[in-house]
Design a protein around this ligand. Sequence first.
Ligand SMILES: Cc1cc2nc3c(=O)[nH]c(=O)nc-3n(C[C@H](O)[C@H](O)[C@H](O)COP(=O)(O)O)c2cc1C
Length: 175
Amino acid sequence: MKNVLIISASPRKQGNSDILCHRFMQGAKESGHNVEQIYLYDKKIGFCRACYACFKSGECILRDDMSDILEKMQAADVIVISTPTYFMTMNGMLKNTIDRFLPKWKDLGGHDVYFIITGHDEKAGLSLVGEELTKIFRELGNEIAGIIYGEGVWQKGEVEGTKAMDEAYIAGKSI
Ligand SMILES: Cc1cc2nc3c(=O)[nH]c(=O)nc-3n(C[C@H](O)[C@H](O)[C@H](O)COP(=O)(O)O)c2cc1C
């Protein structure tokens, strides 16, 4: 049994990336894993102030939900990062959250990481997001276990019935 943490960056619950997260979760649960999903938009996460106080203390000066998220990430065996594509890249909520990794950046490795990426463009237009996230999470010392692209989807629910649904389920199931 593994602990799986799904971090969802879309503001849209039941949106396309959320639907794919649920498929991933379904597969993972069927394989006996423990799954928790968190929605970044439900959390209070301030912007990194680049004060570097964390370099001395190991802790951020901001008192918000980020320390809890970092603890959950460290405790997870598998981390799933899910984001819609906004202007060719990950959305701002996710990027802001990643900037807040700074106090623990040396302690966020050793996980199997999956990415779930959606967008109205076809895969070639979304792949920059996958490349950026791969670089960031590899640099932190993680293994990139898979990338699921929900391509060609715009309005909520359009991902239903696409091949990404099977890909997300199979990825979760095969953890
Ligand atoms: C601000 C904004 C920018 C967007 N930029 C892109 C883009 O550059 N490429 C793309 O393929 N889709 C873009 N989209 C469309 C979303 O990625 C698409 O609707 C996606 O399915 C949303 O995922 P969600 O339902 O999980 O929120 C954009 C949407 C918004 C709101």
